[in-house]
Design a protein around this ligand. Structure first.
Ligand code: GLP
Length: 242
């Protein structure tokens, strides 16, 4: 793992965005794996700026998102589909046919999950962007998820639902299930970039980098990825080297 510790959130965001911008410049037809949550919002802002200033185009870029809630419609303001439109897709020249998020309705959920895995395999993700949950989850691979899983239906952890309740009007409104890329899909990406900031991520970050590789801390599997860059601020790094 390559570790980059930045002074602050702004610097984490800048360095992360630059890695993606570099990929698009070098290969305008690149395939990106994208994440939601509050962590990548600033990254998407910088990508939009890079597009608006003419530095990059998303015309031929293909994207796969990590996950989507089950039980809310795509039009719900807190669906990850809405999130991606709001923060990225509505502001760039991406071809809508090249945008992929796991589908949460319109078929048996298991079939939809298998279909998504197949599409990811056929396209091959060049760079997968990841945040990390305070319990060490990546995508929605919660503690205890088998590492060999491909896209699957997951019951969300209480901690995850509590963490994400801030985006909904009450905890009861937070969906209980989601559909997520599995660890196997994530590990197949050629490059992985994980970003994190803030003290509440310091424990998960410490265990991801220095802990045992265990599915109780799903992000620890990233120690085995041949090209994984972790970009964090000093607060998120505060438990390292102690
Ligand atoms: C969410 C997403 C993850 C994200 C994580 C952290 O539940 N499924 O992809 O990395 O939680 O979110 P945040 O960046 O808001 O802390």
């Amino acid at each position: 793992m390559e570790l980059i510790i930045c002074k602050n959130e702004e610097e984490v965001t800048r360095q992360t965005a630059n890695l993606i911008i570099k990929d698009i410049i070098l290969d305008p037809k690149t395939t990106l794996g994208l994440a939601t949550g509050s962590s990548p919002i600033g990254v998407y802002e910088k990508l939009v700026n890079a597009y608006q200033s003419g530095l990059i185009s998303f015309k031929d870029v293909e994207t796969f998102n990590l996950d989507e809630y089950i039980g809310i419609d795509r039009s719900h303001p807190q669906s990850y589909y809405s999130f991606m439109n709001q923060h990225l897709f509505n502001h760039i020249d991406i071809n809508r046919d090249n945008i992929h998020l796991p589908r949460n309705h319109g078929g048996e959920l298991e079939d939809l999950a298998n279909e998504y895995s197949k599409m990811i395999d056929e396209s091959e993700i060049e760079l997968q962007l990841l945040g990390i949950g305070s319990n060490g989850h990546i995508g929605f691979n919660e503690p205890g998820t088998p590492f060999r899983n491909e896209t699957f239906i997951v019951e969300l952890d209480e901690q995850t639902r509590n963490d994400n309740a801030r985006f909904f009007s009450s905890l009861e409104e937070v969906p209980k299930f989601a559909i997520t890329m599995g660890i196997k899909n994530i590990m197949r990406a050629k490059k992985i970039v994980v970003l994190a900031f803030g003290k509440n991520k310091s424990d998960a970050v410490y265990k991801m980098i220095n802990g045992n590789i265990t599915n109780l801390l799903p992000a620890s599997i990233l120690q085995l990825h041949p090209n994984c860059t972790v970009i964090i601020d000093e607060a998120a790094a505060s438990k390292l080297n102690k």
